[in-house]
Ligand binder design. Sequence first.
Ligand SMILES: Cc1ncc(COP(=O)(O)O)c(C=O)c1O
Length: 435
Amino acid sequence: MRAGESRLAYDGLAAFVGPKLITEVPGPEALAWIERDRKVTSPSLPRAYPFVPKRGAGSIVEDVDGNIFLDLNAGIAVTSTGHCHPRVVDAIDRQAAELLHYSASDFYLPVYAEVCERLDQVAPFGDRPARSFLTNSGTEAVEAAIKLARFATGRQYLIGMYKSFHGRSMGSVTLTASKAKYRTNFGPMLPSVYHTFYGDFDYLDEVVFKRLVSPTEVAAIVVESWLGEGGYVLPPDGWFTYLRELCDLHGILLVCDEVQSGMGRSGKMWAIEHEGVEPDVLISGKGIASGLPLGAMIAREDLMVWDLGSHGSTYGGSPLSCAAALATFDVIRDEDLLGNAERVGSVLLDGLREMKTRHPLIREVRGKAMWIGLGFADHQVAEAIEHVAFRRGMLMLSCGDDAVRISPPLVFREDQAREALRIFEEVVAEVEAGT
Ligand SMILES: Cc1ncc(COP(=O)(O)O)c(C=O)c1O
């Protein structure tokens, strides 16, 4: 497709306000693909429901049968600027025609440096400068943070949070404590990791530091600024101040994982900016490159003390991903997507809170901007909600023990939000009726 045609195709699809289904879902093409997929893909892949996307624009995705879906998942909090934003696609096209690869670990890539400059500009470290290490994924950025924290402090212990999720490689999965299945049959985990409770003010100090490990041996507390897979939960007021004070007292690094909560989803660039503290290290991923694989471990300059050659990556910060990230930063700024996340998120939150008064099935509505968690009685109800929503053309995803998350692209429009609310009320009514 030539540039003009692809722009027309984008505009046509992105203009949809809500779903338009032309078959039952999954349709015949989708079923055929699922059948092929089942024979050859790893059975470990945790597919949520039988959705088979073909193309996307903004907050709309069309499946292989031509059904139009409203995407409240953003590809699991990834497509921050929406699916296939023309400026992101143009940037990738231009970069692809120029240079696909040269390892930034061994040589100098201008786009890599430019992304690190942007991260320095937005890093939540006050006036202090930042340096970044770029990766292909969130989990690799977590691994980089673990290694840097150990290197910089000379200490080996790490503290993670129950219910948290940091990825599936060995260090990240050791910090992860949301579901036992992520660890089952994979042990032993990384040694020297303890957990405490997200949002708890006593356990870390009273139990972990008193009975299990001296805080003088702890390199880092690794924490999601806002808890994502664990249920889209916000921390209690003052909790991060408490963590920051503990870290300062004992010389521990505060590492905030913003793979899911960052890049504007909270209405600010980073969710930790709502909590009034500055972390020492920040981890980004998902939305940073609007869908291309990129992660970043961003640290205060004075902590980036590791030796030449001590960490690197062949592909991390690939030219294509970096070009997409630069365009993502530009679009977030030029289209005021932080403001949009706040405004349209409020429409969703207000509507959902009002709906909760009519539907006791909804136990809780929590969140801010485009980070919304809905609490239900149990996981079965949450799963029923996501499945019924899918059948009605709306993509949502369960999380935590009993929740459904709403994390649309940051370009989600008010007309789409109102349509999403209308459909969601039908979904809730259907689940309530037990159909
Ligand atoms: C908070 C958080 N950290 C890390 C990760 C891992 O990212 P990736 O799947 O890109 O490795 C995720 C993924 O969902 C996440 O939500």
